[in-house]
Write a protein that binds this ligand. Structure first.
Ligand SMILES: [Zn+2]
Length: 320
């Protein structure tokens, strides 16, 4: 699709000063090739752009076979009848603060106890909520990390949890097998999101890199879609150290936010006080190859019109 072409182009050329260009520094197997896009919205000029500082240095995962994000191909996903719904239980009292780390804003939680956890789905035991954050684009045409049949959303929320049964700390879990469980939720343009607004209202206080503000009593389950259908696959962190420790659970239905809410996301800065101002936009990693992985779904995929036709043709043939 054309948008996919844009997305691949975005792997190399972006409009912000600090583009998130994971591609050229990755091994050839992980690099998403440049493809030209011929729609007018994609009229980027090829130019040298600085990498965001996050993506400088050693980013290679030699021999990486389960990198994220990916394009979820709905017809290739396999329904897994044993997948139960993902259960979140979050105590709003564990919400601590919000801070701008120079790449995104993070809402962090007290993870010393099991008061805020996710369980169920593909997970063998509860995982503790550590933080949540978003990825978004400079405009509404892109911004999500995962895509669904090449469809890109303007933003994506990640709720990051760690396996407190297997590991002692979040830092340890990041580096290990079955260490993390991340719920991914797409944001699409639509109605004003009442509950998100509490977060949006505090964002101007963390406009600059390294700023931190107290942010209490927030239950992120209000950001989950009402439909519990999801896809799950084995993947990686989408920011350095890119470790392959993540069980992804990507919710099928997006949640709606309005333009003014995304506009506040885009008013944040990658830069610290006193530095040249660079807007915090396009903070997503390019798509990575699926390689030898299967995406499972918790739901029976709806039949496409073309499938229904094939099926009825077959029935007619059998009847004849
Ligand atoms: Zn993320």
């Amino acid at each position: 699709m054309v948008i996919q072409g844009c997305r691949k182009l975005l792997g190399s050329v972006l409009t912000s000063k600090w583009s998130v260009r994971g591609g050229p520094r990755l091994s050839p197997a992980l690099w998403v090739p440049l493809r030209h896009c011929n729609i007018s919205a994609c009229s980027y000029k090829l130019r040298n752009v600085d990498l965001h500082p996050l993506w400088k240095g050693q980013l290679d995962i030699p021999g990486g076979t389960r990198q994220s994000p990916i394009d979820i191909r709905v017809r290739d996903s396999i329904f897994h009848p044993d997948l139960s719904p993902v259960k979140t239980h979050y105590d709003p009292n564990t919400c601590l603060h919000i801070w701008n780390n120079g790449y995104a804003f993070l809402v962090e939680f007290d993870d010393c106890t099991d008061k805020s956890v996710v369980s169920g789905g593909p997970l063998e035991n509860p995982y503790r909520l550590k933080q949540f954050h978003f990825h978004w684009g400079i405009n509404n045409d892109w911004g999500s990390e995962h895509t669904v049949d090449s469809k890109v959303y303007p933003a994506e929320l990640h709720l990051v949890h760690w396996n407190c049964t297997k590991y002692q700390t979040f830092e340890e879990a990041i580096m290990e097998e079955n260490g993390l469980a991340v719920i991914g939720i797409f944001l699409k343009l639509g109605k004003h999101h009442e509950k998100l607004q509490k977060l949006v209202d505090i964002l101007p206080s963390v406009r600059y890199k390294d700023s931190l503000t107290e942010f209490n009593y927030f239950d992120p389950s209000c950001l989950l879609p009402s439909c519990s259908d999801y896809w799950t696959y084995a993947g990686s962190l989408t920011t350095p150290p890119l470790t392959e420790s993540v069980t992804w659970m990507i919710m099928k239905k997006p949640v709606e936010v309005d333009h003014s809410q995304l506009a506040v996301f885009r008013s944040l800065l990658f830069s610290a006080v006193g530095e040249e101002e660079n807007y915090m936009v396009d903070n997503f990693r390019p798509l990575q190859p699926l390689m030898n992985r299967t995406v499972h779904s918790s739901f029976q995929p709806a039949l496409q019109v073309s499938d229904v036709k094939k099926k009825s043709d077959k029935q007619i043939q059998q009847a004849g």
